[in-house]
Design a protein around this ligand. Structure first.
Ligand code: GLN
Length: 245
């Protein structure tokens, strides 16, 4: 893998035509901007579902989607193989909701059938009960990641069970997260992350964007930024969620 400091940071947004609900595109904007503010040259590539996924990206972002686009995306990603190559090359992958389910071993598609995922995360998703998981979420991120409280918005039918090959990304204080009733939210291992949080989640939690950048750069710390507007958004959303509760 090339050094993003010299080659430029290659930021890949996977399938914006199929997987980008509830403002997930904002995740791309946040990573790009925060990298540029640290003086990095960023090459953003939006890869539509009829295009091959390059295996040479440094950071890949995948959003959420409705059930049918999710099935189409899974079919094409399996056939393409680029994301799996990228993961094997040590790329950082951050996925949301439908994207998260696709990174797992399998999920239940819009036809009610089990659909294979990419197996990049040791998780399996099934259909939940009659009630969708919808609403604001507050959660404490895994201590290993050293991140502040997670704020986001969830809207999903799927319920995701974690295997021994991943750790929960967070534990919910409010909301459902993985929907298993055990309080877990999302999953991660090494450089691959999945979460149910929309929002967009990286605008609500810019420290996660910085974590992705640190992993891609192999950097221990990044120069601090003026996060006044991010902080105001966080405060507002956390207060609103707490009021709703
Ligand atoms: N279709 C999936 C579900 O309902 C994912 C939804 C989403 O990405 N918001 O579980």
């Amino acid at each position: 893998m090339t050094n993003p400091q010299t080659s430029g940071l290659r930021l890949i947004w996977v399938y914006p035509d199929l997987l980008s609900t509830y403002g997930d595109q904002g995740n791309v904007l946040v990573v790009k901007r925060r990298a540029e503010q640290r003086g990095l040259h960023v090459e953003r590539q939006d890869v539509r579902s009829d295009q091959p996924i390059p295996a040479t990206g440094h950071i890949y972002l995948i959003g959420g989607g409705e059930d049918r686009p999710q099935r189409l995306a899974a079919e094409r990603l399996r056939r393409d193989g680029g994301l799996t190559h990228a993961a094997n090359n040590g790329a950082v992958i951050f996925s949301v909701c439908a994207g998260y389910q696709i990174l797992g071993h399998e999920f239940v598609n819009d036809l009610g059938q089990r659909e294979a995922g990419l197996g990049l995360l040791d998780v399996t998703s099934v259909r939940g009960g009659a009630e969708r998981c919808v609403g604001d979420v507050l959660a404490d991120v895994d201590d290993h990641l050293g991140l502040p409280q997670l704020t986001g918005f969830e809207n999903h039918q799927g319920v995701t069970h974690l295997g021994p090959g991943v750790r929960p990304f967070a534990r919910v204080r409010m909301g459902n997260g993985n929907g298993t009733g055990d309080g877990t939210e999302g999953a991660w291992r090494d450089r691959v992350f999945g979460t149910y949080m929309h929002g967009p989640v990286l605008a609500r939690n810019p420290q996660i964007a910085d974590l992705l950048l640190r992993l891609a750069l192999g950097a221990g710390a990044l120069s601090p930024l003026n996060d006044q507007w991010f902080d105001a958004l966080r405060t507002e959303r956390i207060a609103a969620a707490t009021r709703e509760a």
